[in-house]
Design a binder for this molecule. Structure first.
Ligand code: 475
Length: 783
């Protein structure tokens, strides 16, 4: 359609006509791009079907894809042509990008990982697709009102036409409820309609598919007992809204409906379009379940194989357990899915019957061993009237992975010790990764250019080659250029933020950034308490006048997580005080970024000097923000948790700021229950004063409810060891300041981090999954 800037301009102008407003320009550009990738999309699909290659389906309840326009321009290799062409025609691409609604179809880490994986699969030209839900409303929009988080619905689909293609011809019917005997009757059918989104591979012609299912009323007859109106509302609810809980499960029936809906629709389609006989399924298809939310795919696949394909149990089980593999993302107790047996039996009676049989057979096998009661309990899928989805997921899949080395070790040696003993060969590690195309090339073109000027452009396709930057660690002119890039990214962030944040930000200050979901274990509370202590010190000690720092926070709290919401409030209260104090504000400054999302992230990671990764060791399965910061040259200030451990292994301890208890120490304290927060407070005059003032409400503006913080730190005995780690955290901040004074060394640390970040590209992660789990073959879309 167009191969040069001139051709682009001609075509664009023709389509734009007289209506030269940005809205129209956005729509025209979108339409041109859709046409441009359409042919490759169709061809890719044809190629996969004709060549009968093995395909991967990645089932996930969340895909936090972010905006697609500019990412797709990059992938199609026409970014520069279009950017310059638009400029010459009087349009600004950045402005057009801002018009694209952000599809917030995920909460955080798990959903964003799925999106990075989609990008890497397509870039590596591997046949892999996503299966999820087309939520009408993505994650809520956060507004800060009087310092409090308030939530507003986000209906991204209403705003503007997106990239997707509705496929009525591929709709399937999902069976809910009903009676089983003598056969399954009185079913409430729900129609699942796919909306396909193109996932464009970088500079190749591979266009994979992200298939998001929408729930609609079925044309099949309703059972006599069911009220039609009620049925209509319940059906629409299935794909109406994303659950806003991160690392938390609530056991609501709607959630289970979403899970079954997405799994059944995906599996029915997979089986229907299988090129060969069904017993060859494991050779033709790999199914990865992203955490336990899609674990119901295991009994659902069994149901299809038994009831619809007429297989015997043993064969069906053999096929299922060679097709499905499972990734675990968390060990937090409150995030472990356990479904009430009655709920399952009522909503999906046949599926429940199958789960029951899986459990019975597994327990029968276990009878042959000598097991302690406790061990047996841990291995039970159905236990105490609850179905434990993680146990089902391990028993029913051929591979189980953790998302960082430490996390995988904790699964094997503690959380899933009993299961690991039964299936030692299933467990493996696949350390997470992030796509360097979005998080470096797109988000930081300035740094991208500097790197390419210095080491050539091979790293764009092979990010591990960023390693070549190691030779610039002490190169003064490279360091100077890197500093310039950082300065530019800081200024861009400031320009963006200052529209909504009314106190000016110092571009020369150290940008210390803490962005992620608000959660007890992520310890935003420790960060803000430390900032309060800095404030106190500046006030009290006239010799303490530290180099200016700007502390950024961003993130959402689950609407029902009151403690996390009170931490947001506390940050905003302390921010108001700090930012308007004439003495203090030239040394420390706090910025709360409202409604943190992928687009904000793209502006923030490149501007950071310090990456706050301060989770309670053992709690953060991996973290992926840590990798995005590192790749943009920020230095990790963190604990030895999740993938931080591997980051530090790579860059060396001297190129990170590591503090705090280790995971072993935390786990011992938890096990022996011998941690006393009160004693820690007593022993530290600083903490004592801080806590006294905090808990008396002295630090408050009178509107927040400090009792949630007190409850956490005092009544609950500080479950995330905020007080225990406080002093080593504060000491490490002092070290940061000292290090920043030696700019030569600091820039060297930064270079080192970028140079070692290539391993954390999701291209590496995906290649490892492909080699060790999925067995995919690269398919070149050439014609
Ligand atoms: C980990 N989400 C990160 C990231 O592997 C890790 C759970 C239940 C219900 C809804 N959402 C969830 C998560 O558990 C989650 O996002 N986990 C995160 O997965 C990718 O890097 O450490 O916390």
């Amino acid at each position: 359609m167009f191969y040069s800037k001139e051709e682009f301009k001609e075509e664009f102008t023709k389509r734009l006509g007289q209506d030269k407003v940005p809205q129209t320009a956005y729509a025209v550009l979108g339409a041109m791009m859709k046409e441009l990738l359409e042919e490759d999309w169709v061809k890719t699909n044809q190629l996969y079907t004709e060549s009968k290659v093995k395909q991967l389906y990645y089932i996930s309840i969340e895909f936090l894809i972010g905006r697609m326009l500019v990412q797709n321009l990059h992938s199609l290799g026409i970014f520069t042509i279009v950017q310059e062409g638009l400029q010459e025609l009087g349009f600004n691409l950045e402005e057009l990008e801002e018009m694209e609604p952000e599809p917030g179809l995920g909460n955080g880490g798990l959903g964003r990982l799925a999106a990075c994986f989609m990008d890497s699969l397509a870039a590596l030209q591997l046949p892999g697709h996503g299966c999820g839900i087309r939520y009408k409303g993505g994650l809520f929009t956060q507004q800060i009102e009087n310092g409090f988080q308030t939530e507003y619905p986000t209906d991204w689909l209403r705003e503007i036409e997106g990239w997707e293609k509705r496929r009525d011809d591929l709709a399937v019917e999902i069976p809910f409820y009903g009676r089983l005997h003598p056969r399954h009757t009185d079913i409430e059918w729900v129609k699942a309609v796919p909306y396909d989104m193109p996932i464009v591979g970088a500079s190749g012609r591979t266009v994979n598919t992200l298939r998001l299912w929408q729930a609609e009323v079925s044309e099949r007859p309703l059972p006599a007992y069911k009220d039609f109106n009620e049925y209509t509302l319940e059906t629409a609810a299935i794909s109406d809204r994303l659950y806003p809980d991160d690392s938390l499960v609530t056991g609501k029936i709607l959630r289970l409906k979403q899970q079954y809906f997405m799994c059944s629709a995906s599996l029915q389609t997979i089986i229907k379009t299988l090129p060969g006989p069904v017993h060859e399924l494991p050779h033709q298809v790999a199914i990865q379940i992203n955490d336990t939310h899609p674990a119901i795919a295991i009994p659902e696949l069994m149901r299809i194989l038994l009831d619809e394909e007429g297989l015997e149990w043993e064969e069906a089980w053999n096929i299922t357990t060679h097709t499905i593999s499972y990734t675990n993302h968390t060990i937090l107790g409150e995030a472990m899915e356990k479904w009430d047996s009655h709920l399952l039996a009522s909503l999906v009676p046949r599926v429940y019957e199958i789960i029951h049989e899986i459990d019975r057979r597994f327990k029968e096998q276990l009878q042959e061993q000598v097991l302690k009661e406790q061990e047996f309990k841990k291995l039970s899928i159905i236990d105490d009237g609850l179905v434990k989805m993680a146990v089902l997921a391990v028993v029913g899949s051929y591979k189980v992975n953790g998302v960082a080395e430490l996390h995988t070790d904790i699964l094997k040696n503690r959380e899933m010790k009993e299961l690991y003993r039964q299936f030692p060969g299933k467990f493996h590690n696949k350390t997470n990764g992030i796509t360097h195309r979005r998080w470096l090339i797109k988000a930081n073109p300035e740094l991208t250019q500097l790197i390419t000027q210095s080491i050539g452009d091979d790293w764009l396709k092979k990010p591990i080659l960023l390693n070549d930057l190691n030779k610039f660690i002490i190169d003064a002119s490279f360091q100077e250029a890197l500093k310039e890039v950082k300065r530019a990214k800081k200024n861009q962030l400031i320009a963006h933020v200052e529209k909504s944040w009314d106190s000016p930000i110092d571009p020369l200050s150290i940008f210390d950034i803490h962005i992620k979901r608000f959660h007890g274990y992520k310890r935003q509370l420790m960060n803000i308490l430390h900032i309060q202590s800095l404030y106190d010190r500046i006030k009290e000690d006239s010799t303490y006048r530290p180099y200016p720092r700007t502390f950024f926070f961003g993130g959402k709290a689950a609407p029902g997580y009151e403690f996390a919401k009170q931490v947001i409030k506390l940050i905003n209260v302390i921010a108001a005080k700090v930012n308007q104090d004439p003495l203090v504000r030239s040394h420390i400054h706090i910025v709360f970024i409202e409604n943190y999302n992928v687009s904000h992230g793209e502006r923030m990671f490149p501007a950071a000097d310090i990456s706050e990764q301060i989770s309670t060791a053992s709690k953060e399965a991996s973290g992926t923000g840590n990798m995005k910061f590192m790749m943009n040259g920020a230095i990790t200030l963190g604990t030895l948790d999740g993938a931080n451990v591997e980051i530090v292994e790579r860059v060396g301890k001297e190129n990170a700021f590591i503090f705090g208890l280790h995971s072993q120490q935390i786990m011992l304290l938890e096990k022996h229950k011998n941690y006393r927060a009160q004693e820690v407070i007593e022993q530290s005059p600083e903490l004592k004063s801080l806590m006294a003032r905090l808990l008396s409400g002295e630090l408050s503006d009178g509107t927040e409810n400090i009792s949630f913080i007190r409850n956490q730190l005092v009544d609950l005995n500080d479950p995330y060891f905020v007080l225990k780690d406080f002093h080593s955290y504060a000491a490490m901040h002092e070290k940061v300041l000292a290090s920043y004074e030696d700019q030569g060394n600091w820039q060297g640390m930064s270079v080192r981090n970028i140079a070692e970040s290539g391993i954390f590209s999701s291209d590496r992660t995906i290649q490892q999954y492909s080699d060790d789990v999925w067995d995919l073959k690269k398919i070149l879309n050439v014609y």
